[in-house]
Design a protein around this ligand. Sequence first.
Ligand code: GLU
Length: 316
Amino acid sequence: MARRSHKPDLEAILDDIADRMASESERGKVADYIPELAKANLNRFGIAVVPIGGAPVVAGDADEPFSVQSIVKVFTLTLALERVGSGIWARVGREPSGDPFNSIVQLEYEHGIPRNPFINPGAIVVADIILGKREPQAAIEEFVSLCRRFACDESIGIDADVAASEIATGARNRALAHFMAAEGNLKNPVEDVLELYFNQCAVAMSCRQLAMSARFLASAGRLEGDDDPIITAERARRIVALMVTCGLYDASGEFAFRVGIPAKSGVGGGILGVVPGRASIAAWCPGLDEKGNSLLAARAFEELARATGWSIFGVL
Ligand code: GLU
């Protein structure tokens, strides 16, 4: 394994991590509650790092698109904050849930106010905010354009089979949404909000595209060369803070302990990470652990943090 230095040799580090992950026999289990995701190949592994001001460094299957799922919640929160500013916090909290991402019981005893924007009910409220008074299709198209702009890549789109699969099977998300509607925390019809939410989750990106799309969070809300920031530095910092506390479901504390890189995972097997002032990172392997986080993508982050010293909590 390459050793940590002030300027890490990212190419050697990522090649080394990809080689190691390719030979792992324990690879977790694919998410099968969304039938289309169960088709993913457990043998895939990709990783990409975009250093601030630099070109992407990649290894493994870094150019293969996968379903980003909950990772997209980082970008939907960005958009909602731009849309309504801090008003969003009247409708969704900022605390880790300590419960599974689709828990119904917590939502009930907290009167329809989700704990944070990165669990499903929180992201459904965020989708309601983004939808505003428009038709779902217009909001979906706007969101895809936003992803393309963030990643500087016009080829990004929605995997229609994944979206359809989740629309057909999303009973639990429907339960969460109807409960919030009953508590007055959704303004639009449940099915319109869910159409937007499911399509957002079904955006497909590769590790390279995902790491590119989070550059603005690593550089205080701004993309190099752009006159206008994507988001203010203060909001970028707050989104990154939520990634630390809430980004890996009810294993966020464990990930901070083991890795120390602000991150957001999705049940498609991706993990997106942000090291403020240094780099954005994406790793992917479809096999999940029992909390819903990619087993090998999490391990790759751990090895990367060790090799680079990029933990935000101090050099390892
Ligand atoms: N679309 C998925 C769901 O709502 C997202 C879950 C996830 O990636 O955490 O269940």
